[in-house]
Design a binder for this molecule. Structure first.
Ligand code: GLU
Length: 267
């Protein structure tokens, strides 16, 4: 009899413990949408030097396609397009910024790829760029074939780095952390060509007439918004995904695209 009582007592204690740990886990898993609402702003990672997607303009203001897109999302999720704190991310730290929770989301010329999908989640594609090659107007490099043995400038952590190594294994890679540094390296003659998305190349060309973009597009680069892969961030991701859906349906995306690509991107 005493044994039965003991077992019942142990079972009751176990039940209480299980529900307690459940409660604690729930508190730790506080959903991100709730956190963002309480905080009153979305913390978004964007590029600061990838014109026309995310860049600091002459008036020292952060502007661009990705910046406008985030503002439209903030308008729909929080009711205020200014309810955003922008943080600079680079191609090599944007995934870490998401995983570490430094930012709630990333809109940073980021291509949706399967290796990246193993680590983070993406929204549906919102823009499709293509990898291209940028050279000085008087360069003898005309196509991909001419790259053999050449010094090719890339930004570390970009798809362009992986793609070009696969396409022309004999290239000499010169890697930089930022697009500003990469372009400086091209201007100073440290590299022969720079390869990245056509979008970003057009941004450089808008400021420098000594360079051109080669005709070929080497890849398709569908851009997606990036999110941390976790149960507690799912609520926020769902809210952003449905905001993006609206933005794409109601003509807002077309407007953003016209605004930022008409002046820069000549396809
Ligand atoms: N879209 C490419 C990528 O995600 C290149 C541009 C970038 O570095 O963000 O890697």
């Amino acid at each position: 009899m005493i044994i039965y009582k003991k077992i019942t007592l142990i079972l009751i204690i176990c039940l209480i413990m299980t529900s307690l740990t459940g409660c604690i886990k729930k508190m730790a898993d506080e959903n991100l949408l709730k956190t963002v609402r309480e905080r009153g702003k979305i913390i978004a990672g964007v590029k600061f030097d990838a014109k026309p997607f995310g860049f600091i303009d002459q008036d020292q203001k952060l502007k661009g396609f990705d910046v406008d897109l985030i503002r439209e999302i903030a308008k729909r999720v929080l009711g205020d397009e200014n309810a955003v704190e922008f943080q600079q991310v680079t191609s090599s730290n944007r995934i870490f910024s998401l995983i570490s929770g430094n930012v709630d989301m990333v809109a940073a010329t980021m291509t949706i790829t399967s290796p990246r999908q193993k680590v983070i989640d993406f929204s549906r594609p919102y823009y499709v760029a293509g990898q291209a090659i940028m050279v000085a107007k008087d360069s003898s490099v005309k196509t991909l074939k001419d790259l053999s043995g050449r010094r090719v400038i890339i930004v570390l952590g970009s798809t362009s780095e992986i793609n070009i190594k696969q396409m022309v294994p004999s290239v000499k890679i010169l890697g930089f952390r930022t697009y500003t540094d990469a372009f400086e390296a091209l201007k100073s003659g440290r590299g022969d060509v720079l390869t990245t998305d056509d979008t970003i190349i057009y941004g450089f060309l808008s400021e420098n007439s000594k360079y051109k973009i080669l005709k070929d597009r080497l890849t398709l680069e569908p851009y997606g918004l990036g999110f941390k892969k976790a149960e507690k961030t799912q609520s926020f991701q769902d809210a952003v995904d449905s905001a993006l859906e609206q933005i794409m349906q109601d003509g807002t995306m077309a407007k953003i695209q016209r605004k930022w690509t008409a002046d820069f991107i000549k396809k």
